[in-house]
Structures are given as structure tokens and as C-alpha cells.
Unconditional design. Structure first.
Length: 293
């Protein structure tokens, strides 16, 4: 096994996106505790622990996901070259790697505070053993998957608290990423629907590329607009984060309207790439707004 195979097992790009989200929220949580001198309020050693622990926990969850779906991955063009379905790694090796990374990551996150460790275990269990098997049964899998998908900013924020607590800012960070998951997931599912059907995955809201799925995707993108303004509404952020979030949400909504109007794969692809840009921009703006206070 080489690095390329290991990278496919742990889904490196997805893992880095998760860690980025958690690390930004850690900095926000640190600043929320110390507005006067935010730089001294950041424990950089704990920040590194969060990044390493978060990477390991996410990598473990992705490894378990690929072990469970190994036979299905053989059926899809997008996944058939992953290490387990391609025969470059067996399930035993992947299981040892997954358990090792999961235990090490949970230990690191748990060393920050108990709640951070518990949330990390919950995210692994929910992603690997609830969302993964549900993907073939019902579109409700997207709702279930959105919960562990939105936990990274919550975990990052809680990790910055000495005794681990969930407050209003933590819930806002969770809410933004939770609602964002739906247009993000459905845009990907629209683009990859033909491939997903080979494995029996049902991820689009109505199960097909049709008007109903496009309408539901548009509605959730519309819901994201007021949710993205919660930092400003509740006075945790200023007009800068509010303005940038509003502009990003309107662009995202325009892309969702493009999918609603045309129902073409190219429109879904634009929405998908828009989702990749949306979340880091909004989260970084929330962070910069804290720095500017």
C-alpha cells in the first residue's frame, strides 16, 4: 500500500475540509472567551491537538465507511479504484488502520475535554453505522448524514472551552453547516446520480433528477440565507460577516435557481462547486469579524 491508496481510503480532501472547519471554530471559540486580547486566549498546542485528532477521527470514519461499502464501491466508476475494492488492501488492514486512527484521534480530542471526546465518538458512530447503511434505503440518509457532517465546527468550538460547553455561538456554527449540507449533498448526488444508482444509493430528495428534487434543493438553499445571518442577528458578528454571508447566500441561491430552472447536470455541478466555496468563506469571515472586534 502506498500513500495514494491510503489517501483514497481516508478521503484526504474531505478530511482536510472537515479539519479546516473544526480549526476555524476552535479559534472562534478561543476568541469568544477573551475579546480584549484574543491572541493570548488561543492555546496553540490544543489547536494542533484538535487538528491532528480531528484528522485521525475523520480518517477513521471514512475508513469504516469504505469497509462497509466495499462491495458497492466495486459497482461505481468513481469508487472502484479505491484500495479495498481494487484489491490493494484487505478489510483487515483497513480495520486495523481505522481502529488505530479512531482510538488515537479520540484520545487526543478527549484530552482537550470530555465533551469533545464524546462528540468525536458520536460522529464516527453516526456517520459509519447509521448514515452509511441508510444510503441504500432512503433519502432520509442525507438528513442523518448532515448531523455528523455539521459536528466538526461544534467539536472545534467546544474544544476551545476549558470545561467543554455548548453555547449560542456553538449552535449557530452547527446550524450553518447543518443546513449547508443539504444543497451540498444534493448537488453532488445530482451530478453522480447515474453512478450512485449502480450501487443502489438513493440520495436525491425524491430519488430522481426531477422537478421535486430541484424544488427541495432550492428551498433548503433559501433557508440557508437567514441561517447564515444568525451571527449578526444575535450580535456575535458585525455587519461585515453579515454582508459577506448575504452576498454568498444570494450567489448560492442563484446557482440553486439555475438547477431549478434547467434541471441539468451542469447546473448541479455549478451548485456543487459553489458549495465548496460558500462554507469556508462564511466561516473565515466569521473569524475575521471576531478578530476585528
Amino acid at each position: 500500500m502506498n500513500w495514494k491508496d491510503f489517501s483514497k481510503l481516508i478521503k484526504t480532501r474531505l478530511t482536510f475540509l472537515v479539519v479546516f472547519s473544526a480549526s476555524i471554530s476552535f479559534l472562534i471559540g478561543s476568541m469568544a472567551n477573551n475579546h480584549e486580547n484574543w491572541m493570548s486566549g488561543i492555546n496553540w498546542i490544543n489547536w494542533v491537538k484538535l487538528i491532528v485528532g480531528g484528522f485521525l477521527v475523520t480518517a477513521a470514519a471514512n475508513s469504516f465507511n469504505e469497509i462497509i461499502e466495499k462491495d458497492l464501491d466495486k459497482l461505481m466508476k468513481r469508487t472502484m479504484d479505491r484500495p479495498i475494492p481494487s484489491g490493494k488492501m484487505n478489510t483487515g488492514q483497513a480495520l486495523v488502520l481505522g481502529l488505530g486512527m479512531g482510538m488515537a484521534g479520540t484520545y487526543l480530542l478527549g484530552s482537550l475535554n470530555l465533551l469533545t471526546g464524546l462528540l468525536s465518538v458520536f460522529s464516527i458512530l453516526l456517520y459509519a453505522f447509521a448514515y452509511t447503511p441508510l444510503k441504500r434505503k432512503s433519502p432520509i440518509a442525507v438528513f442523518v448524514g448532515a448531523i455528523p457532517g455539521a459536528l466538526p465546527p461544534l467539536i472545534g468550538y467546544v474544544a476551545a472551552q476549558q470545561h467543554g460547553r455548548i453555547d449560542e455561538i456553538a449552535l449557530i456554527l452547527f446550524a450553518i453547516q447543518f443546513v449547508w449540507q443539504f444543497p451540498h449533498f444534493w448537488a453532488i448526488a445530482w451530478v453522480l446520480d447515474d453512478d450512485y444508482k449502480l450501487a443502489g444509493f438513493r440520495l436525491l430528495p425524491t430519488g430522481s433528477r426531477n422537478l421535486g428534487s430541484a424544488v427541495i434543493t432550492f428551498i433548503f438553499t433559501l433557508i440557508l440565507l437567514p441561517v447564515s445571518l444568525l451571527p449578526t442577528i444575535y450580535h456575535h458578528g458585525g455587519y461585515y460577516v453579515g454582508g459577506v454571508s448575504l452576498v454568498c447566500s444570494l450567489i448560492f441561491l442563484y446557482q440553486a435557481f439555475g438547477l431549478l430552472r434547467t434541471r441539468e447536470i451542469e447546473a448541479a455541478r455549478k451548485l456543487m462547486f459553489g458549495s465548496f466555496m460558500y462554507l469556508p468563506v462564511v466561516q473565515l469571515m466569521f473569524l475575521f469579524d471576531f478578530i476585528g472586534k
